[in-house]
Write a protein that binds this ligand. Structure first.
Ligand code: ZN
Length: 197
């Protein structure tokens, strides 16, 4: 078996994630690829020096590791270490940076996010989660937040709508509503009639 080692910048992703969230899930973490990777072109395969220049980070936002957000933020700030990033069905490459994130038809990368490290920056272990930068939220996290807000608004609306015997007005049977309107119209008509000179 050929000796290999991860690029320090790639290893730093996993180590810094562990430090941030010691109880995070790591089932989809990866540095060196399996045999399936070895059969194709992949940064998970050791290069001619035996260095692996790729890392997969398990997405576990509940434990504090928003892998997709971290990768998106690294791309957004043009972290020089990022040669390639894959996240939730999209890919960004430095070579085609002007095109932004593009659809990616390979592995969907939903349980983990992928980074390929630029060889000239492979020893750079500076923070992947800069203290002054919040993670960018993934569309899935936005959707979850949106749903939480919607549920809250729904609950507040439900608490504030007029009720009769505990039933919100929009659940009254239609005949009850119509009877109420007919009564109102009759009352107004009588009042108008009474007010005639
Ligand atoms: Zn990968």
């Amino acid at each position: 078996m050929v000796a290999w080692r991860p690029a320090p910048a790639a290893r730093a992703v996993l180590e810094q994630a562990d430090a941030r969230a010691p109880h995070r899930k790591d089932g989809s973490d990866g540095l060196k690829g399996d045999d399936a990777h070895a059969a194709r072109q992949s940064h998970h395969n050791p290069d001619s020096r035996g260095v692996v220049l790729a890392v997969d980070l398990t997405h576990d936002p509940a434990s504090g590791i928003n892998a997709h957000g971290m990768v998106r933020a690294a791309v957004a700030r043009r972290d020089p270490r990022v040669l390639e990033a894959i996240s939730e069905g999209r890919i960004w490459t430095r070579a085609r940076a002007a095109e932004g994130w593009r659809p990616y038809r390979g592995h969907p990368h939903d349980k983990h996010a992928h980074l390929s490290i630029a060889r000239e920056h492979e020893n750079d272990t500076s923070p992947w989660w800069p203290a002054d930068q919040e993670d960018e939220m993934s569309p899935q996290d936005w959707n979850r937040l949106q749903k939480m807000l919607d549920d809250t608004v729904d609950a507040r609306l439900a608490a504030s709508v007029p009720k009769k015997d505990g039933v919100p007005f929009y659940e009254y049977p239609i005949r009850v509503l119509l009877a109420g309107i007919r009564d109102d119209v009759g009352r107004i008509a009588r009042k108008l009639g009474a007010d005639k000179p």
